[in-house]
Structure formats: structure tokens, C-alpha cells
Design a protein around this ligand. Structure first.
Ligand code: GDP
Ligand code: MG
Length: 163
């Protein structure tokens, strides 16, 4: 069966935007309100002739008492359990947050292959604080702009290399 890639990260980093661009249609809901992806959304995709499946998840917001967020967290954990590769997405405009660090620690415990994407890098010039994302300990961060479809090819190359 096809390799399965779960897109995880905290709400509002751009997971659903990325998912829709890669899938090539508007399957997942993109909203300015954080956390609208309440269910796991599955679609098939292809890059460089390699077929794989993508799961968009609700964001993970660690230690949240909020019911919706904790449900999304369960969805994300279930998606991670079944996936072959985890695409961890963070927000390059926000910089590293405490939640990112907690999610990164949680992801490392899964033992799965992890690809780190820093979204919302909307210009060709990489901001200086981009390099802070190395601190997450997940290897080389890949700058992308899902909304503007910048560098998504490099990210997809990295994903299929990890299968
Ligand atoms: P999710 O909660 O992680 O699924 O995030 P969404 O895909 O719903 O996006 C959250 C917000 O970020 C929306 O307002 C998107 O338009 C915006 N967004 C997504 N990707 C980018 C990007 O590459 N650059 C910028 N500037 N905004 C983005
Ligand atoms: Mg979403």
C-alpha cells in the first residue's frame, strides 16, 4: 500500500493550506480561526511519479483543557500512529513557540521519520530567525510558503526520499 504522510503541527500554521495545494483541490477547510480541521482528512497525492497518501489533522496544542483542541490532539495522535512519515509544520512568522517544542518532543518519541517544514516564509529572502528552528532537534528545517506555493517541490522531494 501507499506510504502515508500525516501533516501535524499546532493550529493555524497552514497544514490545510499545504494539504490542498499538494492534493490539487480544495478538500480541507482553511480558516483564519485556528483549528477548524476537526476530523482527519485523507487524500491521495503524487510527486515525481511516487504515489502516497496524505492525512490532514487538526492542530496539536499540548496541555490544552479545551475540548475541541483535545479532540484534535487525539485525531493527530491517531494519524501519527498509522503514518509512515510525519510532516511537522511550524509557522515561520511566529518563530518557535512553547507548543512547537512540546510537540517536537512528543514526535521524537514516536520513532517515526519526521520532516520539518517552516511555513509562511513568503519571500525569497530567508529571515535570520529561520535558523532557530534547528533547535527543535528534528534536523534541517525546510522553508516553504504553502499559500504562495514556494519551495513545495523541495519539501515533497524530502518527503518521498524518506519513504
Ligand atoms: P491549519 O490550522 O494549520 O490547517 O492552517 P490553515 O491552512 O487553515 O491556515 C491558517 C491561516 O494561515 C490561514 O489564514 C491561511 O491563509 C494562512 N496561511 C497558510 N499558509 C500560509 C503561507 O504560506 N503564508 C502566509 N502568509 N499565510 C499562510
Ligand atoms: Mg487545518
Amino acid at each position: 500500500s501507499k506510504p502515508l504522510v500525516a501533516v501535524v503541527g499546532r493550529p493555524n500554521v497552514g497544514k490545510s493550506t499545504f494539504f490542498n495545494k499538494v492534493v490539487g483541490k480544495r478538500v480541507s477547510i482553511v480558516e483564519d480561526t485556528p483549528g477548524v480541521t476537526r476530523d482527519r482528512i485523507y487524500a491521495e497525492a503524487e510527486w515525481s511519479g511516487i504515489h502516497f497518501a496524505l492525512i490532514d489533522t487538526g492542530g496539536i496544542e499540548p496541555e490544552s483543557k479545551d475540548v475541541i483542541l483535545s479532540q484534535m490532539r487525539e485525531q493527530a495522535e491517531a494519524a501519527m500512529d498509522t503514518s509512515d512519515v510525519i510532516l511537522f509544520m511550524v509557522d515561520g512568522k511566529d518563530g518557535i513557540t512553547a507548543s512547537d517544542r512540546e510537540v517536537a518532543a512528543m514526535l521524537m518519541k514516536t520513532g517515526k521519520k519526521i520532516v520539518l517544514a517552516v511555513n509562511k516564509i513568503d519571500t525569497a529572502k530567508i529571515p535570520d530567525d529561520f535558523y532557530d528552528f534547528y533547535e527543535l532537534g528534528l534536523g534541517e528545517p525546510i522553508p516553504v510558503s504553502a499559500a504562495n506555493m514556494l519551495n513545495l517541490g523541495d519539501l515533497l522531494d524530502r518527503i518521498i526520499e524518506s519513504f
